[in-house]
Write a protein that binds this ligand. Structure first.
Ligand code: GLN
Length: 309
């Protein structure tokens, strides 16, 4: 395998003059406070090595990357019947778009746009109090990352609860169509807390390893999902993980990926490893600007694109 540490060091050095590019998410006040000049990247390989560079051990708000873990939990809970409530097609709209939801009668396009993720949170909430559902997610993420120190940042969750009006609109809209079973406040309580998971690139790269290794974390030996399910989650990440920037991400990077407005991206190189990058400045569609550039450099230098080297 290529010298991954040298590649990471090279990417970091080349991007150092561009740190701060993009715009931090400011619609969630707590995220607006984050220093945009930070950059971290970590790779966890299926043979058990971890390489990292920059601020790879600094926890950040993973935001929508949490949707991958919640999707995994929801599929474990209700299996393929999940797809009666959420679609599997790219949306071509912004992550928080409302307009498509009305046209499509309360069925979100995919589990990664906010509406779809809120419906997924509703599924995970079923049979639980909100606090238990949040606990279930936290236990799951700690299990897949093999790290008991991972926490949820309550300040971020509170900040979004106070300002997440669009998400309240989306959830109420779906409730009106019968696609949300629980009180909207409970569902969003779960959703805002999952988004407020605080993880470093190193933790996130480890947490994503099951997706790179046919559903089983190769370091711990923990079986998380079947190979088929891992493959399918990767397919959804590739087609929908970057919202209306998914095509562009596939074109430039060529790996399944999921972004979050905290500036993180989790990418998967099937059979090889899991990669996390963090740079808080976002592009126009709300994905990490330099994060995507860094992953494009990595894919070019390793030949890891799923479309060929
Ligand atoms: N918590 C954010 C929101 O709901 C997540 C969005 C994102 O990361 N793209 O708006």
């Amino acid at each position: 395998m290529a010298d991954l540490q040298a590649i990471l060091d090279g990417i970091h050095a080349e991007l150092s003059s561009r740190l701060g590019e993009g715009k931090v998410a400011d619609y969630i006040p707590e995220l607006a406070k984050v220093d945009p000049n930070q950059f971290g990247m970590a790779i966890a390989t299926v043979d058990g090595n971890i390489h990292s560079v920059g601020h790879a051990d600094v926890p950040f708000s993973i935001q929508s990357i949490s949707k991958v873990f919640m999707l995994t939990l929801a599929l474990g809970k209700v299996g393929e019947s999940l797809w009666n409530r959420v679609g599997r097609e790219p949306s071509g709209t912004a992550f928080n778009s409302i307009v498509q939801l009305e046209r499509e009668e309360g069925i979100p396009r995919n589990p990664f746009v906010n509406a779809g993720a809120i419906a997924v949170s509703d599924v995970v909430l079923s049979g639980h109090a909100p606090r238990e559902a949040i606990g279930e997610l936290l236990r799951f993420v700690r299990y897949v990352a093999d790290d008991e120190t991972i926490t949820i940042d309550d300040k971020v969750a509170r900040s979004e609860t106070q300002t997440g009006f669009r998400n309240f609109a989306l959830a109420n809209f779906m409730r009106a169509y019968g696609n949300i079973d629980h009180p909207v406040e409970h569902v969003l309580g779960v959703y805002f807390h999952q988004c407020a998971l605080s993880m470093s690139c190193q933790q996130l790269a480890k947490a994503g390893l099951y997706l790179a290794a046919r559903g089983t974390n190769p370091i711990t030996g923990h079986s998380v999902v079947s190979p088929k399910r891992a493959r399918r989650i990767n397919a959804l990440m590739l087609t929908c993980g970057h919202y209306d920037g998914s095509g562009d991400f596939a074109y430039h990077v060529g790996l399944p990926g999921k972004s979050g407005v905290g500036g993180g991206i989790l990418a998967v190189a099937p059979g090889i490893g899991s990669i996390a990058v963090w740079s808080p400045g976002l592009n126009k569609v709300g994905n990490s600007q330099l994060g995507a550039v860094a992953l494009e450099m990595l894919a070019a230098r390793t030949g890891w694109s799923v479309f060929g080297d």
